[in-house]
Design a protein around this ligand. Sequence first.
Ligand code: PMP
Length: 407
Amino acid sequence: MGSVNALAKSDFPLLRRSVNGQRLCYLDSAATTPMPQAIGEKLQTFYAQSYSSVHRSVNSLGLETTNAYEHARSKVAKFINADPAEVIFTSGATASLNLVAESWGRENIHQGDEIVLAVSEHHSNFLPWQQLAQAVGAKLRLIKLNDQEELDLIQAKSLFNEKTKLLALAQVSNVLGSENPVAELISMAHQVGAICVIDGAQAIPHERIDVRQMDCDFYAFSGHKMLGPTGIGVLYGKKALLEQMPPAHFGGGMINYLDHGQATWEAVPEKFEAGTPNTVGAIGLGYAIDYLNKIGFKNIEQHNQELMNYLLPKLAANPGVKIYGQGQKLGVVSFNLAGIHPHDAATLFDQFGVEVRAGHHCALPLMQELGIPASIRASFYIYNDQADCDRLLEAIKQTQEFFNESC
Ligand code: PMP
């Protein structure tokens, strides 16, 4: 097998820096991806030349900003195969998921109703539903893991019934890295008349998303995990659903009419974007989409496959390594080292310049299901190469030697 090269490394100035005297080996992309230099530069130009208020001004700068913001919305819509009216800009996946819970959930989920979600959900797609269920007297029903530490479709089937109102599901787990059986679960949910909220935060950097083909009712993601800025995210919703939903937040830019006694709302998506939005974030997300389209998802998928094919057998061959989840990995690998606390391991990795994450990864119900307090998570993206895998493998070896000797 030939060596696995990065798809794009030189575009990312952050990756040229060193940490603790070592060249940075960045393996924390599932948390946040660095930004290509060209995107930062374009945003600088926007700040310097056009930055102004959006949707509220008839002056030239205001119009330029509004056009750039709406152009970004059109790019997002095309990127996920939606209509621009179905794309709501939010501050991130968390805000998108909470919006559905606060708006659709509050209107449609009542006492005795049931919400199905996976035990592996990130807290952002767990807590909004847990809190809603507690507030209205609904019940959460959890899809558990099978022997392969993947979602158990057989058990899942038994959870759906006429009381099920909503399925909340990550497309890709931020801990296991596996692609969940989204099509099968959406079909189960739709068969009983439930709507489907898909958390795409970990999927969208890795694969082409087509929300129509997926037939999800809502889809949420964040800009900062797909080479864009922080503080920007998207909620896609089917237009017919969005039109029926009440706004969750109130303020400027979202009313059609207002007097002392009443208010009527703007059409979607403005109805859901109260206050001055994150214009620069949305424009930056548009640039990130341009960048990803240029690289091409076929190349991104193939590169991930090659990296995982190189790394996983070597990791699995180490008897002191326990990998979580037996399925395919979309850039995310979680594991533990026998007898070594994940935080100790990650701290030592950092001394070697290898930046991973250790902890519960905002997925405590999954940690409880796996029977562990925490894990080490290494996550990869287009700028990683075989040398990064080797650095991780070497950091693991050195850490095992260090702790074995010091016992
Ligand atoms: N869902 C998943 C699967 C995630 O990995 C994350 C980020 N760790 C989120 C939701 C929340 O994203 P954000 O913090 O950008 O809102």
